[in-house]
Design a binder for this molecule. Structure first.
Ligand code: ZN
Length: 169
């Protein structure tokens, strides 16, 4: 495939496998370009039919096309379907189907293979740490403001004491 549509598809899916979510940096290589409707099933090279995809998802997907192949459930298109309506990521990193299409998508592409589940768990842990870091920074800023206020109060009290002691002399 020419470089230009490849770059366009890569950018559209943010350099992640649009099926399992793995980033190409985690794979250590660029990913493949999948024809959502396989060429052998009449799919074209139109960008709308192309999905950035890791080798394993591509392999599991194979030449499946619902009009030809059992169980005749449409495979969701990550660029056209709102995946969040069909599946969700649970706290343990597994995808859970919310609709028959979502369940089929997870099962066909083996989206709960152990390696991708631990990848998602690592990302969740990272997101949690980032949130904690942001909260800690905010708390430090609050404490710094309180310290500033206390210091000002302390200084004006010291000034007041000095003024009064001068007055008594
Ligand atoms: Zn994948």
């Amino acid at each position: 495939m020419a470089d230009e549509p490849r770059a366009q598809v890569r950018a559209r899916f943010h350099a992640r496998c649009a099926y399992c979510g793995v980033h190409e940096d985690a794979v250590g290589a660029t990913l493949t370009i999948d024809h959502h409707r396989p060429r052998s099933r009449g799919g074209t090279d139109e960008v709308e039919n192309l999905v950035y995809c890791c080798a394993r998802c591509n392999e599991h997907k194979g030449a499946y096309w619902h009009e030809h192949d059992p169980p005749h459930v449409r495979l969701l298109h990550p660029g056209q379907d709102e995946l969040a309506q069909h599946l969700r990521e649970s706290d343990d990193g597994c995808f859970v189907g919310l609709t028959p299409e979502g369940e089929f998508f997870i099962q066909r592409l083996r989206l709960n293979r152990p390696q991708i589940v631990s990848y998602r768990r690592a990302r969740q842990a990272e997101a949690k740490l980032t949130a904690e870091l942001v909260a800690s920074r905010r708390r430090v800023e609050e404490l710094e403001r309180s310290m500033f206020d206390l210091r000002s109060a302390l200084e004006s009290t010291a000034d007041e004491i000095e003024r009064r002691s001068k007055g008594r002399r």
